[in-house]
Design a protein around this ligand. Structure first.
Ligand code: 13P
Ligand code: SF4
Length: 318
């Protein structure tokens, strides 16, 4: 089979011929490599991956693997986490431009200022942060485990960042006082999914259940039937008695939903909820990093030694 990379609307990538499946498998086997892909990856990337999942599952897989090389098809903070968990392995990222804008929204300066203002607080950082900031947290969380992790902390006040919408979600779901740091961090892709999108979707598909990611704005969360991580959304749609779903997250998840649950219907709340950074990885670039072993993700020893503590703590608590 010849794989093709399809364009994604505005960020368009031209179709291009790449090596066939057998050749890619041989290349991977020869290097004892695996491909991990996030749920938002292009369909053809999901199809060649050894595992497709959410941020938590990808961190768990990265920790468990005995491969020598991990080709990480996700954004920078996910690949960094895999590298921190695997100091003796090569973690390669097919396109080094895959930088999550939300993870850039928390600065060290803001984190230290908040720590000074709330000395008794524990710091729980979303995995969507850079290793430097993770190194100064008490625990990491993802959208799959945020309420559980926050409830497990000793302090009553939690400094939480960078996502404001996830902060509001955990404030509702837990008994803790949540202080968002920075004040309004957000994901541009989820932020643009509007109440109008939801109302239009409901009008067109009145029977559909609304399933959304906690990075969506509060108004959307409040109107949803279910809120979960990306893989949590897949599990919910499999188990629900409903046949139709309006999906409030990045459109890449629709590919996995339709592939794994072909007898149900899935409609994105917004067709333009595309994360351009997630879509940077293509089959051609995956092959290139595997062949050349370029674009190795590196974290300095000092930062990695500190950041691994709250990451491991999260994995133990999950
Ligand atoms: P998940 O951990 O739910 O897959 O979310 C990651 C992410 O970046 C959402 O925008
Ligand atoms: Fe970052 Fe949003 Fe893209 Fe997720 S969807 S990687 S939070 S920009």
């Amino acid at each position: 089979m010849i794989y093709k990379a399809y364009g994604y609307g505005k960020i368009g990538v031209k179709n291009m011929k790449v090596m066939n499946d057998d050749m890619l498998q041989q290349l991977k086997a020869g290097k004892n490599a695996i491909i991990l892909a996030h749920n938002y990856q292009r369909g053809e990337v999901q199809d060649v991956a050894d595992f497709v999942g959410d941020s938590l599952e990808l961190a768990q897989r990265a920790k468990e693997t005995d491969a020598d090389i991990i080709v990480f098809c996700g954004v920078d903070f996910m690949a960094e986490t895999a590298a921190i968990l695997n100091p003796d392995k090569k973690v390669l990222i097919p396109d080094i431009g895959a930088i999550c804008p939300m993870a850039q929204m928390l600065t060290m300066e803001e984190l230290f200022e908040a720590k000074e203002r709330y000395p008794e607080a524990d710091v729980v950082l979303y995995i969507n942060t850079l290793a430097e900031e993770k190194a100064y947290s008490d625990c990491i969380c993802t959208s799959a485990n945020a309420p559980k992790i926050i409830e497990a902390m000793d302090a009553d006040t939690i400094l939480f960042g960078p996502d404001y919408n996830l902060a509001k979600y955990v404030a509702k779901m837990t008994s803790k006082r949540i202080v968002p740091v920075p004040e309004y961090g957000l994901c541009p892709t989820h932020h643009q999914i509007s109440v109008d999108d939801l109302l239009e979707g409901k009008e067109e598909h009145p029977e559909a259940e609304v399933v959304v990611h906690p990075e969506c704005i509060m108004e959307i969360q409040e109107m949803a039937d279910h809120i979960a991580s990306t893989s949590g959304m897949v599990r919910y749609c499999k188990e629900s008695g409903a046949d139709e779903f309006l999906i409030g997250t990045e459109v890449g998840l629709i590919y996995r939903l339709r592939k794994e649950i072909p007898h149900k219907e899935f409609y994105p709340l917004s067709d333009s909820a595309v994360c351009p950074q997630m879509k940077m990885h293509t089959l051609e670039k995956i092959e290139k990093v595997l062949e050349t072993e370029r674009f190795q993700v590196k974290v300095t020893k000092n930062t990695a030694e500190r950041a691994i503590v709250p990451i491991e703590r999260m994995l133990e608590l999950s």
